[in-house]
Design a binder for this molecule. Structure first.
Ligand code: S3P
Length: 174
């Protein structure tokens, strides 16, 4: 199995995609590209402002465009937003060059990681745990589309990156 041309990290909010991507990319000699950051730099405004002023559907159209552009490149670790799996065409686009890796975590772990975050528009709710459970129920099956899956409960991003790196090396040597 040759080294993948790119890697795409998918997973629910708070599974550590961005931090794991930053730690993983240099191990592979890849550049990290975060879909949300890419959108923010093109739009010149924050994701929360895009949701607020233009709505989720508009955000999803920007997300789809960003994914289709980044998916054409090689040598990237593409870190995605938790909702990227809602549109199957995003996953199809990422598959052009990327091995798709899902980061998994329990709703309780996710809650602990995101509870004080102010930048996630979908979680600006009174009952954050209930919202996580609700979204999780819809989305958990979609992350199963990944080629490889890793549990992140109880692990730091650098530990997860190392585990992924070792799994990729093992996979490449068979
Ligand atoms: C979203 C997750 C966010 C961001 C946006 C929507 C989602 O990214 O793309 O707020 O639908 O789950 P993170 O997964 O990096 O928090």
């Amino acid at each position: 199995m040759p080294k993948p041309e790119s890697i795409a990290l998918i997973g629910f909010m708070g599974t550590g995609k961005t931090s794991v991507g930053k730690a993983l990319a240099p191990k592979l000699g890849f550049r990290v590209m975060d879909v949300d950051t890419y959108i923010e730099s093109h739009e010149k405004r924050k994701i929360s402002e895009i949701f607020d002023k233009s709505g989720e559907a508009y955000f999803r159209s920007l997300e789809k465009k960003a994914v289709s552009e980044l998916a054409q490149q090689k040598g990237l670790v593409i870190t995605t937003g938790g909702g990227v799996v809602l549109d199957p065409e995003n996953i199809q686009a990422l598959r052009q060059h990327a091995l798709i890796i899902a980061l998994l975590a329990s709703p309780e772990t996710i809650y602990e990681r995101v509870k004080s975050s102010k930048h996630r528009p979908l979680l600006q709710k009174e009952d954050v745990m209930a919202e996580i459970r609700h979204l999780y129920e819809d989305r958990a099956p979609l992350y199963q589309a990944a080629d490889l899956k890793f549990e992140t409960d109880g692990q730091t991003p650098s530990q997860v990156a190392q585990i992924i790196f070792e799994a990729l090396n093992k996979r490449n040597s068979v």
